[in-house]
Design a protein around this ligand. Structure first.
Ligand code: ATP
Ligand code: PRP
Ligand code: NIO
Length: 495
């Protein structure tokens, strides 16, 4: 099976992308300039915002893009491609340009996150992998951010999900996304090695079961470690687990750093309060209580409302799988294409479902904040040659309910899409992961609380510029007119 020394990610695509490339190439339009944009139509989890993640892996993917010998041999086996086409693939190089939001950026429905511009065939081919990467990582970063919103400022959020992730890649890249979104550490050691995410860990019930005696197990663990958290719910949390933890912590004294205890079952509000009393009474007022067991933002919020004395949270399944939403649903749409005269023309998909209608034209997303306090006014999606940053005032209106509008003055307009690749060359100076994480924390802080609440948040404005709006309306009309015209011609021919 799959043991290819030269395996690449170039075939990590849907067959139809290669089939379209074949058509473009045989018909001689594969080198026409094209622009595709990635966006999603609804914020995940009914959240008020999303956190963009995945760029790191997109960069890796693009940089290593080439068809290897075994890739080509496999395509030959399919018996649908000519030798000439396979030879074309053999020399295929990514020379397109990519603009993107930076990782950790706040993003919203219906605005471009990534823009790929260059030869049509190349831009087409990378759709599947880019969406695969960005849809997952953005989903997880957003879920993580929701959890960060509900826990206390100093509470630690640890990612425990590897065993429950949708396979190994998801565990690794998911925990990186969770870290960007607001988690503090991961239990996955390889993710620590690869990305420099702080690793953290306690111990499992099996340690206690292996010794068949809780005190002996805690003692053994304490004798073999410096930093110690005892899992106290194997037998009886309040009558056995916590007293044994306290006994060992006292016996070991300065020989260990007694961080605290972890509970993993039962009523965690009730138990944590009783555990806090027991620890305080024993003089361990600084010892932390860590909770795990099927946690998500709603359970955490609920536990906090009940006055649970939980300091830190271990979250597995519900962060690494996103749990209540299987996928982000980001799409990759052609927004502009060179015609036979060498002119770029905006293009769009129209649909009977208004939400599936794309917005034509090459865009820039401008984040508008007011100078007074740096707070967000909304996003302004404009054609790439528009400069709202040079205007004194900005008219912002809802893209469908246009009567909802406002004029903003004394604002800053920041372009959100930045150059990543130019003509195939990486031009972006990648920040390290800690910088990305810190950036996310800052941009979240500048967002109004109304957009951040996890239940029924206000809708953040993502508005179109007047020109973009007018062009969209004109495109819809011209497509409709053309369809009508084609129908009329056909009917006349028929009769
Ligand atoms: N006070 C609480 N309020 C709300 N939810 C809680 C509270 N305490 C625990 N929970 C949550 O209730 C759910 C069920 O807890 P319970 O201990 O019954 O789990 P379990 O899955 O049966 O235990 P185990 O993991 O040992 O099989 C978990 O998702 C847990 O996070
Ligand atoms: O509950 P999650 O958010 O997915 O967090 C990870 C869970 O994984 C571990 O449990 P384990 O795999 O031993 O299973 P169990 O505790 O559910 O029996 C840990 O004790 C948590 O309960
Ligand atoms: O370190 C832990 O406590 C841990 C790690 C993975 C899964 N559950 C718990």
């Amino acid at each position: 099976m799959y043991n290819y020394a030269d395996d690449s990610l170039s075939l990590h695509t849907d067959l139809y992308q290669i089939n379209m490339l074949k058509t473009y190439w045989e018909k001689g339009i594969d080198n026409r300039n094209a622009v595709f944009e990635v966006y999603f139509r609804e914020n995940p989890f009914n959240n008020g915002y999303a956190i963009f993640a995945g760029l790191e892996r997109v960069i890796q993917y693009i940089q290593s893009f080439r068809f290897t010998e075994t890739d080509l041999a496999y395509l030959r086996e399919l018996d649908i491609y000519s030798e000439e086409f396979l030879d074309y693939l053999k020399h295929f190089k990514f020379t397109a340009s990519i603009r993107s939001m930076v990782e950790g950026e706040l993003c919203f429905a219906n605005e471009p996150l990534i823009q790929v511009e260059g030869p049509l065939g190349q831009c087409q081919l990378v759709e599947t992998a880019i969406l695969n990467i960005v849809n997952y990582q953005t989903l997880i970063a957003t879920k993580a951010s929701r959890m960060r919103q509900v826990v206390g400022k100093d509470d630690k959020l640890s990612e425990f999900g590897s065993r429950r992730a949708q396979e190994m890649d998801a565990a690794i890249w998911g925990t990186r996304a969770a870290y960007i979104g607001g988690f503090d550490s991961t239990s996955n050691v390889r993710a620590g090695k690869l990305f420099g995410i702080p690793v953290s860990g306690t111990h499992a019930h099996s340690l206690v079961q292996a010794y068949r005696d809780e005190y002996q197990a805690f003692k053994a663990y304490a004798e073999t470690h410096k930093d110690v958290v005892f899992l106290v719910d194997t037998y009886d949390t309040l009558r056995s687990g916590v007293p044994n933890a306290i006994r060992v912590a006292k016996e070991m004294g300065d020989k260990i750093n007694f961080i605290g205890v972890r509970i993993d079952s039962g009523d965690m509000a009730y138990q944590s309060k009783r555990i806090r009393e027991q620890l305080d009474e024993a003089g361990f007022t600084e010892a932390h209580i860590i909770a795990s067991n099927d946690l998500d933002e709603l359970t955490i919020l609920n536990l906090i409302m009940q006055g649970a004395k939980i300091d830190d949270w271990g979250v597995g399944t519900k962060i690494i799988t996103a749990f209540d939403q299987a996928s982000l649903g980001g799409v990759y749409k052609l927004v502009s294409i060179e015609n036979s005269k060498g002119e770029m023309v905006p293009t769009m998909k129209i649909s009977s479902n208004a939400s599936k209608m794309s917005t034509p034209g090459v865009k820039q997303v401008w984040r508008i904040t007011r100078n007074r306090d740096g707070k967000s006014e909304g996003d302004y999606v404009a054609l790439s040659d528009e400069r709202p940053d040079l205007q004194d005032s900005l008219f912002m209106f809802h893209p469908t309910h246009t009567y909802i509008n406002k004029t903003v003055t004394d604002y800053t307009a920041k372009p959100i899409l930045v150059d990543i690749f130019k003509d195939g060359e990486l031009v972006y100076d990648k920040p390290d992961l800690k910088t990305i994480k810190a950036y996310t924390a800052t941009v979240i802080q500048d967002l109004w609380d109304e957009y951040k609440r996890i239940l029924n948040p206000e809708q953040y404005p993502v508005d179109l510029s007047q020109r973009l709006y007018d062009e969209k309306m004109a495109s819809i009309k011209s497509i409709r007119d053309k369809i009508q015209n084609d129908i009329d011609v056909n009917e006349n021919n028929h009769f």
